[in-house]
Every structure is written in C-alpha cells, then in structure tokens.
Design a protein around this ligand. Structure first.
Ligand SMILES: [Zn+2]
Length: 62
C-alpha cells in the first residue's frame, strides 16, 4: 500500500484570508490548494495574486 504525506488531508483547505471581496466587500477565504480565494457572500473567485495586487495598491490618493 502506498502511503504518502498529504498536507491537505488533515487540514481544512479553506483558511480565512484577511482580505475583502473585490466585488462585494465580503469576507474572502483562501483556498490553499488552488491558490485562490473565494468570497463567502457572492462566491466570486479570485486568484491570490489578483487580490494581493488589488489590495496592495492604494485605491485612490486623496
Ligand atoms: Zn463577494
């Protein structure tokens, strides 16, 4: 029997991300396996890269 370590097997694949949905401002959850984030409200799916770049930049300068 093959046995291998699956780091996701014992962990919930969803981790709370400290980012807001780009669509509705809801809470995003990071889906670690896919490197994606999903919104708990509108179910919009974003790549982590997309969210990082969107929220790292200032939206508007006053
Ligand atoms: Zn949303």
């Amino acid at each position: 029997m093959a046995e291998f370590e699956n780091p996701y097997a014992t962990e919930d694949p969803f981790v709370e991300a400290h980012f807001d949905c780009l669509e509705c401002g809801g809470k995003l959850w990071e889906y670690a396996i896919q490197r994606q984030m999903v919104c708990e409200d509108c179910r919009a799916l974003f790549t982590t890269e997309e969210v990082f770049s969107a929220q790292a930049k200032p939206q508007a300068e006053a």
